[in-house]
Ligand binder design. Sequence first.
Ligand code: DUC
Ligand code: ZN
Ligand code: ZN
Length: 476
Amino acid sequence: MVTFDTIIRGGTVATATDTFACDVGISGGRIAALGENLGDAAEIVDATGRLVLPGGIDSHVHLAQPSAPGIVMADDFASGTRAAAFGGNTMVLPFAMQQKGQSLREVVTQYHAKADGQCYVDVSFHLIIADATDRVLGQELPALVADGYTSFKVFMTYEGLALSDLEMLNVMSVARDTGALVMVHAENYDAIRFLTDRLERAGNTAPKYHATSRPIPVEREATHRAISLSEIVDVPIMIVHVSNREAMEEIRRAQARGLKIYGETCPQYLVLTEKDLDGLNMEGAKYVCSPPPRDTASQAACWEGLQYGVFSLFSSDHCPFRYNDPQGKLAPKGRTSFRWVPNGIPGVETRLPILFSEGVGKGRITLNDFVALTSTNHAKTYGLYPKKGTIEVGADADIAIWDPQRQVTISQALMHGGCDYTPYEGIAVTGWPVSTMVRGKFVVRDGELVGKVGAGQYVAREKSPLATPVGREMGV
Ligand code: DUC
Ligand code: ZN
Ligand code: ZN
């Protein structure tokens, strides 16, 4: 008698807390049973010698996001979610970015139009608040949070995006009232402008000066300020893409003081350095992202942040621009300064193998830590748990099957997104996701794309359980 749609048989299952040999019975897109001798199924998947893990959730990716005039992001929702699936991910959370003057509702409608019918894995949107008007804060944002857009990002730098401290406080206050989680890009805008102008006046315009224009104090100061603002409002925040010890220590200190300050780091801060920006000709542009990769001491600090729980999330910050392309890294023509290089690098497909190999493989973190940092914590942080981010009865059958022994040298030839390079070219890893299943259906099977575009669905989210205030609001 057929009991399940699918049984994944003979593998080793790992969750954020446990590792155990067991079969996984799947029915109606959900995990229906865990155990041995589960009986029969319409399809038996042999996972002998494989790891069976919750699919990766990458809660920090940028897809089809408008950039400066003449520049086009390398991934739309189809190519970006295809790359995500090949990288062992079953869900991504891209941003719906507001531009000045836009209504937030209109922004959300636009991003749904870009994503609907185009995704290979499941998606949900964070908002980006660039125009903190009374209407946005008073009406649109609360309504959108109620509709399942329960997190949003604010920027402390970038023309057209940077919020003043007063705007940050007002936005945080709405987050407190609505139970949304605020993500913060922490870099000091004026300091970057000052340093950029000074570098350009001295003729220092090569890509490597991107890193010089955003040194560690730029990030440390803004991190400290963001924490202080959140403390005043008494609202939890997530500091995204932390790159170095000083910013990490600001977060650690706040956490030790009982504040709900959360941290995220990314692959570029573990395996790249500022030296990568110093390539021949303009090749360094391939590594221009913000904050920039730092040095080996900063890499060690980011590992420490992961190992000691200062960072609960490991995301890619996938933000791809093509290199050999008039609409890519070196556009627009004639503007040769690092100032004009779009900030961002691809990474959605390589995030998991890099952390698995460098982290689990080299004994820095456990397999369960890996699952927590790449999947479970993302689900818990952003209101998706336990539907997503774990292998347990009742959860969506979002699963990545890994060959833990497979040796791969990362190369653009192996990638499946829209970018034309990978900043991780040549890095040797052990362990690779071979199959990815979303809600019980394979998207990638034994390295082949078998899923259909449009099979990935939009998921409205609950409020984050991490977003509840500490209870120490000031000035009331
Ligand atoms: N911040 C991001 O989060 N992604 C890409 C560029 C940036 O500055
Ligand atoms: Zn950012
Ligand atoms: Zn980002």
